[in-house]
Design a protein. Structure first.
Length: 87
């Protein structure tokens, strides 16, 4: 009987160690998941910010191209006017 009680005590002790280790690993895994989710949200926010900046750059680039074409047209018109005065 004492042998069985001792064996049962060892099994319970081992079971408690395993449960503690399992609980610790689960807590670590949950913390890691929470950290990954937080970083994922940060990355998504940065991507949205980058997309907004890219859209602004694209808009300004289009505006610059339009103004550049306007200046080229004005320059061409001024050259024609200059040539007509010379001729």
């Amino acid at each position: 009987m004492i042998f069985l009680e001792k064996a049962l005590g060892e099994v319970r002790s081992e079971n408690a160690k395993i449960k503690f280790t399992t609980d610790s690993k689960l807590a670590e895994a949950n913390a890691l998941v929470a950290s990954i989710e937080e970083k994922s949200l940060e990355v998504e926010a940065k991507l949205r910010s980058a997309d907004a900046k890219f859209a602004e750059i694209s808009r300004k680039s289009s505006e610059f191209d339009r103004k550049s074409q306007d200046l080229e047209s004005q320059e061409s018109a001024l050259r024609r006017d200059q040539l007509s005065f010379i001729a």
